[in-house]
Design a protein around this ligand. Structure first.
Ligand SMILES: Nc1ncnc2c1ncn2[C@@H]1O[C@H](COP(=O)(O)OP(=O)(O)OP(=O)(O)O)[C@@H](O)[C@H]1O
Ligand SMILES: [Mg+2]
Length: 404
């Protein structure tokens, strides 16, 4: 067995020393590379051991408002967590690996910021280290709040605008109702003219008989019966008009033919007194589920327009209004109202359904008739209204969805 000489010992020691130096060199190189690598990351990275920061990348340093890593290295991680998030972070740090979670962190100057954090344990040289990745959410949150505020504001503006439109529509409805009331009164007045004449004749007659000493029980009974008949007729007229113009409270099933007939009957006396012929043809069983009175009023608006234009029109031709209703394709019900009053001027045609558009002058027209008719047909009854000129006049067409 040979003994190790002093020289051999020196050589071995030198070799070990050299290896040690090489090991340290490699380790330092490795560490530098590691630092470069973590500084390269977009998110903030913090490496801690037993809750103390041992390494931090440039991004994280920036997030916490530091300028030199030494200010942070060796400090407790909890120094950088806002009080309201301490419990949450404590709970998360007990897990070896966490999903991403939101919490509030503290900058060096004491201000807090929202962050997205994920943590994971790793073993390095036998030591348990914790790697935490941090993303600053402040800009995102600010944008989110701004967007939310913008949305809220936009929603408020939309609501305000909707409410304004609703109010305006209600106002227009109110104005158009007033105009319709005026129409209704003139139609009632017209229908009362006849019975009032009869009543006046009956009154004159009874005075006459009295003066001739011919007033006996029979004459008085006849007078009472005749006058009551006229008065009941007048009262019925009021009831009919009131029922017809009463606002609809709910939708109901009704017959289009019947409702058209009512509308035609209401305007007939007044148009007839102006020598206008009013013809009405409709198929049976045109049932729909909608607002009967609103429908009737929209028809009266169109009939009144036809009457107005015919009153203005000259020539010795027979003035005519023709109202028709029939089944169209599928379940459609097609109502048409045609006159021979000369038609609508092509220049004004695009505007006739606009509110307040009238060619009759402020004293004769509010310009709301066709506007309301369109709202009723298209928005309340979900139908369509259109108009076209014919060789003699204008034809309005309403298409509604009927029941089977
Ligand atoms: N049958 C028609 N023939 C020719 N022009 C028409 C006819 N119907 C409507 N118009 C034109 O359309 C315009 C608008 O009609 P709309 O019913 O909305 O208002 P108006 O009749 O003028 O007023 P209001 O109905 O309030 O009395 C009328 O002023 C008229 O110029
Ligand atoms: Mg009108």
């Amino acid at each position: 067995m040979s003994t190790i000489t002093f020289d051999t010992m020196l050589i071995i020691l030198g070799g070990v020393l050299l290896l040690g130096i090489l090991w340290i060199y490699l380790l330092t190189k490795q560490r530098q590379k590691f630092k470069q690598l973590i500084d390269f990351a977009i998110e903030g990275l913090i490496i801690s051991h037993k809750g103390c920061v041992v390494e931090i990348n440039a991004q994280a340093l920036k997030l916490f408002g530091g300028t030199d890593k030494e200010e942070i290295l060796g400090k407790s991680m909890f120094k950088f967590i806002a009080p309201e998030s301490k419990e949450l972070v404590q709970q998360q740090s007990e897990k070896s690996h966490t999903e991403m979670y939101e919490c509030m962190l503290l900058r060096k100057n004491g201000t807090s910021f929202p962050a997205l954090v994920r943590g994971s344990d790793m073993i390095s040289f036998g030591k348990k280290m914790r790697v935490s990745a941090v993303i600053d959410l402040s800009e995102l949150k600010e944008a989110q709040y701004a967007l939310q505020a913008l949305n809220d504001n936009l929603e408020m503006q939309v609501q305000t605008q909707i409410e304004k439109n609703r109010q305006q529509e209600m106002m227009l409805f109110q104005q158009s109702r007033h105009a319709q009331m005026g129409e209704m009164i003139s139609m009632i007045a017209h229908q009362w003219r006849q019975p009032l004449n009869v009543l006046s004749l009956l009154a004159q007659n009874i005075v006459f008989k009295y003066k001739l000493h011919k007033l006996d029980d029979t004459v008085l009974d006849e007078f009472k019966e005749d006058s009551m008949r006229q008065i009941l007729q007048m009262s019925k007229t009021i009831d009919d008009f009131r029922d017809f113009f009463k606002p609809d409270k709910a939708i109901k099933i009704f017959d289009v033919k019947q409702q058209l007939f009512h509308a035609v009957e209401m305007v007939k006396p007044i148009v007839a007194s102006h020598g206008i012929e009013l013809t009405f043809n409709a198929e049976d069983n045109l049932k729909i589920e909608s607002f009967p009175n609103e429908f009737g009023q929209s028809i009266i608006n169109i009939l009144n327009n036809a009457k107005d234009v015919l009153l203005e029109s000259c020539g010795d031709h027979t003035k005519q209004i023709i109202v028709e209703a029939k089944r169209g394709e599928n379940l459609d019900i097609v109502v048409s109202i045609e006159d021979n009053g000369g038609g609508i001027d092509e220049i004004v045609m695009p505007y006739i359904f606009e509110p307040y558009f009238s060619t009759k002058g402020a004293q004769h027209g509010t310009g709301l008739g066709l506007y309301m008719t369109k709202i009723i047909v298209e928005e309340h009854m979900h139908g369509r209204i259109s108009v076209e000129n014919t060789p003699e006049g204008a034809r309005f067409q309403i298409v509604l969805r009927g029941l089977e």
